[in-house]
Design a binder for this molecule. Structure first.
Ligand code: ADP
Ligand code: ZN
Length: 750
């Protein structure tokens, strides 16, 4: 609450300013203004919307402008969210205003109109100022914008009076952005959900134990992070749902994050079935006005459960009692442009700030998370068996080197490149028996790139330093990084011969071959090309769930948590793709992808079978994938991380310089590198703690016509690391042409 002597407000506005700005509070507003409310403030010649972060009794500034208007009756950001904003800004070295921009739906950041409506009925208890407001409304035909009310009712106390009227049901307040007249109820709409089988089963002993452990923490109160490590199909979701029911009973609310909601409509169905009419949803596929409506709906406390993707970690949930992060290992929780935050890590931070338990769930936990259990920071809960004693699928490897040798021996054999004989046989059998199969390849398109067979020329993107991928259906080549498109021709632009041909393959080619191999099967493909239209992805998944597709080919999209009982066969066309990425997490990622896609098989009465094709069957990741032994995998992977001093044994900050002129970017990168090294020399704490790698050209040297160089800082502790990283910003001040991006705890260093 504002004290009498606090005459100034600190306001964050959506801008790249690092610190909040100070404004004077007009005396009339004094009684109404609270931390976390939006205000309209002057900035230069403009009027902008900001959020009040704090109050000051004095300021050393000699010119302070006044707040123009108060835009809310109640705070829209509570204390813990404001603390989270500060934390994010400090940890990810991002300006407060940028954090705010990421967090608030766009329409909340522009000047909105609050409209106050009077409600039918007599309200004799409304006196004084309250009565005056009701009279004003009456005069205006029952409604008025907040702005004009404020103009007509002077003397302060307006907002407090409005709050009392809201509480007694005498008025209603609605937010209206420009051109937005739809009601919240309309915008929230109704999803079409498949009826779910009622969960009539009793919990397994392991599920019950997990629930009890979390329940103990809930009733004691306070923060604790649980890592729910449960094999695929062990019933983790059921544990989340029952915990969320407990939270609801205690009149608190839950927030559950999913990697990509559109990929798991089934999970949303399950939540909606358990909490009918009490679920809020936040994800990137919402239109701006839907997003805005959901946000108000959640803020007003109208839902008990919020389901959302990455950015929902900032949802304004009142009385938050639980945060769940499903598939916590999923890389999509890390945002890798704009504000580069990790939603799983923020879940833990938010849980701590709020003082509530956090559940991170996965069948293949991130190495960092499992290590946190070993260090005693998280509490490990295990579900070691699938529900109803279902077996985990059997996993076999096919050595593609061997397959190729055989093929060379047999002259005139039918030319099949992508499917090995065991996989073909298994697919045919599975189809005949009426079961569903999944075929996984983490690369889309038809041919990986086009190359001239006579001169060796490779068709590249003019904007990016990568080859363009050939897509058969569109008869075009595409850059998978910037989206550039060109019609595909056979003519080599270099030597002029009709000699360009496709090298390598992607899901489109896999699908085409499959049609030839299994005639009569209903085959569909799910990747970014087939799901770009709004709703198309959900349609595909629904068909898959209903058994209307026999074989589904797809990228990592198909590996995520679907629970479809008809799936008994999973094939991975080329496991080596992710294994060979230039990234220290490549092996972990491969283990996760293959274990997750394998986990889609055998969820019904019938056992599942998984066939993985690879040129590297001796790789150390495979034995543990075959035996579903995460812990053994962890044990070997953690040693590799320790030897090379990678996270979780160190922290990384990735600095990237980008600009339109190659030479300038390189020169600036060298300058920043030298200066950072010099500072490291000077400061003992940097010298002991921090390693500087680079500068070097980024693996993708040119992207969207911008040249890229990088410097990697590796440190034992985050504090000195962040300090040195933020000094890079001082070293390269406001350069227009070459920009510096800092990514703390990076996932994508290409
Ligand atoms: P996970 O998230 O661990 O992969 P799910 O929670 O999706 O597993 O559970 C897999 C399936 O088993 C779901 O269809 C779910 O309804 C069902 N299930 C969950 N718990 C039980 C149980 N105790 N007994 C029988 N079936 C269960
Ligand atoms: Zn490109």
């Amino acid at each position: 609450m504002l004290k009498r002597e606090e005459k100034f407000a600190q306001v964050i506005i959506p801008s790249p300013l690092k610190e909040p700005l100070t404004y004077a509070i007009p005396p009339l507003m004094q009684g109404d203004l609270k931390i976390g409310m939006r205000v309209s403030v002057p900035l230069g010649q403009r009027r902008v919307t900001g959020v009040v972060m704090g109050f000051l009794t004095e300021t050393s500034l000699n010119q302070v402008r006044e707040i123009l208007a108060l835009l809310d009756e109640r705070p829209i950001l509570d204390h813990s969210l404001l603390q989270l904003i500060r934390w994010v800004s400090q940890y990810y070295l991002a300006p407060l205003g940028e954090v705010l921009t990421t967090l608030l739906p766009a329409s909340l950041r522009t000047e909105n109109q609050r409209v106050i409506y009077s409600c039918p009925g007599e309200f004799p208890q409304a006196r004084g100022l309250e009565r005056k407001i009701l009279d004003e409304l009456q005069e205006k035909g029952g409604k008025s914008t907040l702005k004009s009310l404020a103009r007509r009712i002077q003397g302060g106390g307006l907002y407090r009076a409005l709050n009392r009227l809201l509480a007694m049901g005498a008025v209603e307040a609605k937010e209206r952005t420009k051109g937005q007249r739809k009601k919240i109820a309309e915008l929230i709409g109704k999803r079409e959900s498949l009826p779910q089988e009622r969960a009539l089963f009793s919990l397994t002993a392991e599920q019950q134990q997990s629930l009890d452990l979390i329940q103990q923490r809930l009733s004691k109160g306070g923060f604790e992070t649980f890592l729910l490590y449960g094999v695929t199909g062990s019933g983790k979701t059921e544990v989340y749902l029952r915990t969320m029911e407990q939270v609801q009973k205690a009149h608190k609310r839950s927030l559950i994050l999913l990697p990509e909601i559109s990929l798991t409509p089934q999970l949303l169905d399950r939540v909606e079935e358990r909490f009918p009419g009490r679920v809020g949803v936040l994800h990137s596929a919402l239109t701006p006005s839907e997003r805005w409506a959901q946000w108000w709906h959640i803020l007003s406390g109208n839902v008990d459960v919020v389901v959302g993707a990455r950015s929902a970690i900032f949802a304004p949930v009142p009385d938050l009692g639980l945060i769940v992060v499903d598939e916590e290992h999923d890389p999509s929780y890390k945002q890798d442009d704009g504000l580069r935050y990790h939603a799983r890590d923020l879940a833990v931070v938010r849980g701590k700030l709020v003082g509530c338990p956090v559940i991170l769930g996965s069948a293949t936990p991130a190495i960092e998370s499992f290590e946190n259990c070993r260090q005693g920071r998280y509490r490990l809960i295990e579900l070691t068996e699938r529900v109803e004693q279902r077996a985990l699928p059997s996993v076999e490897l096919v050595d593609l080197r061997q397959v190729q040798k055989e093929k060379f021996k047999i002259q005139n054999s039918k030319f099949i490149t992508l499917f090995s004989p065991p996989l073909i046989e298994a697919l045919q059998q599975n189809f005949v028996r009426g079961y569903q199969s999944l075929i996984f390849l983490n690369r889309r398109g038809f041919a990986n790139f086009l190359q001239c067979r006579l001169c060796g020329f490779v068709l590249r993107c003019v904007h990016c330093s990568v080859a363009m991928t050939f897509h058969l259906k569109q008869q075009s080549v595409f850059c998978h990084h910037c989206g550039a498109r060109k019609p595909a021709r056979d003519l080599c632009p270099e030597c002029g011969n009709l000699s360009l041909s496709g090298i390598g393959f992607g899901t489109e080619q896999v699908e085409q071959e499959l049609r030839g191999l299994i005639p009569g099967a209903r085959i569909a493909r799910m990747d970014r090309d087939t799901t770009s239209k709004r709703g198309s992805q959900e349609r595909l998944i629904r068909q898959w769930e209903k058994g209307e597709i026999d074989i589904l080919v797809g990228t990592q999209m198909i590996t995520k948590g679907h629970d479809v009982t008809g799936v008994t066969l999973v094939g991975a066309i080329l496991a080596d793709l992710s294994l060979n990425l230039p990234d220290f997490r490549a092996v972990e990622r491969t283990f996760q992808l293959l274990s997750q896609v394998a986990g889609r098989a055998g969820r019904g009465k019938e056992a599942g079978r998984v066939i993985i094709q690879t040129y590297a069957p001796d790789h150390y990741a495979f034995p543990n994938i075959i035996t579903h032994d995460y812990k053994a995998f962890f044990a070997s992977e953690i040693e590799f991380r320790r030897d090379l001093n990678y996270p979780p044994f160190s922290r990384l900050a990735h600095l990237r310089l980008e600009g339109p002129r190659a030479q300038e970017v390189e020169a600036k990168a060298r300058m920043v590198g030298e200066e950072l090294r010099a500072r490291r020399q000077r400061e003992p704490k940097f010298q002991e703690q921090i390693e500087i790698l680079g500068p070097a050209p980024s693996p993708i040297e040119k992207l969207r016509s911008r040249y890229r160089w990088q410097i990697l800082l590796k440190g034992k502790k985050s504090r000195p690391l962040l300090e040195l990283a933020s000094q890079a910003r001082e070293i390269l001040p406001g350069s227009r042409s070459t920009r510096l991006y800092i990514d703390v705890d990076p996932y994508n260093m290409l």
